[in-house]
Ligand binder design. Structure first.
Ligand SMILES: NC(=O)c1ccc[n+]([C@@H]2O[C@H](COP(=O)([O-])OP(=O)(O)OC[C@H]3O[C@@H](n4cnc5c(N)ncnc54)[C@H](OP(=O)(O)O)[C@@H]3O)[C@@H](O)[C@H]2O)c1
Length: 291
């Protein structure tokens, strides 16, 4: 299969580029962060996007490119609209001549704000959530689209993930406050990659939650991660997100019910513990390989 991965210079895109390259013909794109083997593409430019699609004629596009800085999405709503909505519009317009191309739109759990949200429970409360939800509506105008709402952690090749940040902070004994009132259900990057792999080999379409089956607080996540990696996190403080000084409002419960996706893929739901275990195993392999 020929797969285009937009945002292959980013956290998720770089992981997917490596993952899919072993089995498929993969074209990864970057915008400002030039990376070896990736091709430049500014998705804010319609004619560039149309030319790129008609040159490469992909079977699948995995659209990860976005403005992911939640505060910046509020302070620069125009840029958030350009990157989270217009880029999707340009891809769907470019795909008008290629209706059978599969569009996988990567979206976020930040479109929710209650426990175990199902796909119909959207309630975005900041510019990031609103623009990502608008991007989904646009993506679904293409006849062959799957929207995956997700949250993930793992080893970031080009950009640190939430778990990278916790590991770095705890390892260097920097002060850290763990929120016990913000909940989510993240997937390990390899689990999300496997879900994407299954998704592109089925005829699934529509909107799906792609999270682990467990709802955990950020505090519980950090402690489980530290325990799995045998890091001492006992010195960390506990706090409330309500006390944090953040520009944009954040949802306090982004946990998802992902049953619809697991049923459709005939997949046993992923647990948080299995993802963290795999992360620890991968770390040992990476450490061993680099020593
Ligand atoms: N990170 C998370 O924890 C998280 C959680 C839930 C959902 N998501 C979703 O997952 C997806 C990937 O997130 P991420 O954290 O991996 O993103 P990221 O690391 O912030 O990367 C964003 C990507 O977008 C590219 N990009 C920016 N402007 C562009 C433009 N004009 N044209 C083409 N590409 C452009 C960037 O390219 P350059 O760097 O080369 O400029 C970069 O590769 C996003 O859709 C996000 O909403 C992320």
């Amino acid at each position: 299969m020929k797969i285009i991965i937009t945002g292959a210079s980013g956290l998720l895109g770089s992981h997917l580029y490596t993952f899919f390259s072993s089995q498929h013909s993969v074209i990864g794109t970057f915008h400002s962060q030039e990376k070896k083997a990736l091709l430049p593409l500014n998705l804010c430019n319609l004619s560039d996007t149309q030319a790129f699609i008609s040159t490469h004629k992909p079977d699948v596009i995995i659209h990860t490119a976005a403005l992911t800085n939640v505060d910046q999405c509020n302070t620069d709503l125009d840029l958030a609209y350009q990157l989270n909505v217009q880029t999707v519009k340009h891809l769907t317009l470019a795909l008008q001549s290629y209706p059978s191309t599969r569009l996988i739109q990567i979206s976020t759990d930040q479109v929710y704000n209650k426990a175990y949200s199902k796909e119909e429970d959207t309630f975005p409360i900041n510019g990031y959530g609103i623009t990502k939800l608008l991007g989904e509506y646009i993506a679904l105008q293409h006849p062959n689209t799957v929207v995956l709402r997700t949250n993930f952690y793992g080893w970031g090749q080009n950009k640190p993930s939430f778990s990278d940040w916790i590991i770095k902070t705890v390892t260097s004994r920097q002060p850290i406050t763990l929120f016990d009132d913000v909940f989510f259900s993240p997937l390990y990057l390899s689990q999300l990659s496997h879900i994407l792999d299954l998704t592109i080999s089925t005829s699934l379409s529509g909107v799906y939650n792609a999270g682990s089956q467990d709802r955990v607080s950020k505090k519980e996540f950090a402690i489980s991660l530290a325990n799995e990696l045998k890091l001492d996190i006992s010195y960390a403080g506990t706090g409330s997100a309500k006390m944090a000084n953040m520009t944009a409002k954040r949802p306090t419960d982004m946990s998802m019910d992902s049953g619809k996706l697991y049923n459709a893929l005939h997949l046993m739901p992923y647990t948080l513990q299995s993802g963290l275990r795999q992360l620890a195993i991968d770390q040992e392999v990476i450490t061993h390989a680099t020593n």
